[in-house]
Design a protein around this ligand. Structure first.
Ligand code: SF4
Length: 227
């Protein structure tokens, strides 16, 4: 498979936010979200065997712990990524898969906790989500919406209601998009949508969703990669 990097840091998103986690970042993505913070995954990468990835994970987090497959889009390399997930589970790891849900998710092992990032209009990729993937969601999974405007919020709110996501998934996350060219400060001025405003809307509409901040962007400077 082709990877960009493997490293250990703190999980910045989802209900696992704040926990130490090994990140396996795959190369390549078939989407081009306007606010993407992982454009460095679009090209290049190095070829690596399944055994080498497992050895590196074991070195960074011996005997178990949290591992996230992310990208880019990991499911573009389904043929390699699915066996990797199976082997990590067999070795006692808790496995997260961050995916856009554009590729089919039927073959993802049931023990994997999918974090499915449904794209909103502001991303420029709103039509990309594969609706049949809703049938693969269980209470282990989380649906995430990255929001840059009121229009994005309304799209996400209506999507959640229309598809019963609050019942279907283990959690739903509404997360303000972060400015792509953010530099320097570690504050909410870099959010494209003010989290306080988002909180007001969530409460007004009585949604049972989690407001998610990408905490790594507040721990480290937003331009720092590999954290
Ligand atoms: S799916 Fe993820 S990696 Fe791909 S363009 Fe969108 S934000 Fe970037």
């Amino acid at each position: 498979m082709y990877l960009i990097e493997i490293y250990r840091s703190l999980q910045g998103e989802s209900s696992f936010a704040g926990l130490p986690c090994v990140f396996v970042r795959t190369a390549g993505c078939n989407l081009r979200c306007s606010w993407c913070d992982s454009e460095y995954t679009f090209k290049g990468g190095y070829r690596v065997s399944l055994d080498d990835v497992l050895a590196e994970v074991e070195k960074l987090s011996p005997g178990g712990g949290l591992v996230e497959l992310t990208g880019g889009e990991p499911m573009l390399q389904e043929k390699d990524v699915v066996p990797l997930m199976r082997e990590l589970i067999a070795r006692g790891y808790t496995v997260l898969l961050e995916t856009s849900g554009e590729r089919p998710l039927e073959n993802v092992p049931g023990e994997v906790r999918k974090i499915v990032d449904v794209k909103c209009p502001g991303s420029g990729e709103a039509e990309s989500f594969r609706l049949t993937n809703l049938g693969t969601l269980t209470k282990l999974d989380e649906a995430k919406f990255v929001l840059s405007s009121r229009a994005d919020y309304e799209f996400a709110r209506d999507f959640v209601r229309r598809h019963g996501l609050e019942q279907k998934a283990g959690g739903v996350i509404f997360s303000p998009a972060f400015r792509q060219n953010a530099v320097g400060s570690r504050d909410t001025a870099n959010c494209l949508l003010d989290p306080q405003l988002l909180a007001t809307w969530i409460l007004e509409d009585r949604l049972n969703v989690r407001l998610g901040l990408q905490i790594h962007k507040f721990i480290w400077e937003p331009q720092v990669k590999g954290v």
